[in-house]
Ligand binder design. Structure first.
Ligand code: C5P
Length: 222
């Protein structure tokens, strides 16, 4: 039988990808990391030296860019052409630039087409900002995963420190706040709680507690 289509939306650092990866593994579903798509477009644009104001060029780049998301042991590997850019897309600079390209309607449209193609057969955990609201409004199960700004910044800070990035807590906090603003206030597909979504605040929860809540909800629908 066709697997379910499950969407997970929410702000940066709320723990969406942690639960999405665990869930995909548990159910044997495909993990669709749509943030990685915006990130790889931003990385390619930066390397090409494109003007981030040039909507037309950026839209064309998103439509034609040769990139791939390949399922991997812990999540996805991202390839730009033949180059593995999985690490290169997760820097503070690309955090910021990805939310800049994500404001452009033609970029969103191009990526939406790819996302819908990947999700059409079900058996997918689609994670992002507009999965339940715009890309998969008919998804069987929708989650909105959030946490306080402080809690999100703390997690992101620990994560970046562990990866050896030199950042201060204040930088991480203001980077998150700025990105939240841009993602929530943009005109096209802003971050919203999709209709019918279960909202989970992960501030005081461990990843396994979040997974438990999510699995219980899925059991109700199955
Ligand atoms: O989730 P992640 O932090 O990797 O996403 C990077 C950026 O891509 C977000 O800040 C947001 O601007 C954009 N994005 C989006 N819609 C999605 C997924 C990500 O606008 N579905």
């Amino acid at each position: 039988p066709r697997g379910l289509l499950i969407t997970i939306d929410g702000p940066a650092g709320a723990g969406k990808s942690t639960v999405a990866k665990k869930l995909a593994k548990k159910l044997g579903y495909l993990y669709l990391d749509t943030g990685a798509m915006y990130r790889v477009v931003a990385l390619a644009a930066q390397r090409l030296g494109l003007d981030f104001q040039d909507k037309e060029k950026l839209g064309e780049l998103a439509r034609t860019l040769d990139f791939k998301l390949v399922p991997a042991e812990n999540g996805v590997k991202v390839f730009l052409g033949h180059e593995d850019v999985s690490e290169a897309i997760r820097t503070p600079e690309i955090d910021r630039l990805s939310s800049v390209v994500a404001r452009i309607p033609s970029v969103r449209e191009a990526l939406k087409i790819r996302q819908q193609a990947m999700g059409k057969d079900g058996g997918v955990i689609a994670e992002g900002r507009d999965m339940g609201s715009v890309v998969f409004p008919d998804a069987e199960i929708k989650f909105f995963i959030t946490a306080s700004l402080e809690a999100r910044a703390k997690r992101r800070y620990e994560e970046q420190k562990q990866r050896g990035l030199k950042v201060s807590f204040e930088e991480v906090l203001s980077n998150l706040r700025e990105r939240d603003e841009r993602d929530s206030k943009r005109e096209v597909a802003p971050l919203v709680v999709p209709e019918g979504a279960l909202v989970i605040d992960t501030s005081g929860l461990t990843p396994d507690q979040v997974l438990e809540i999510v699995l219980k909800e899925i059991e109700k629908v199955k």
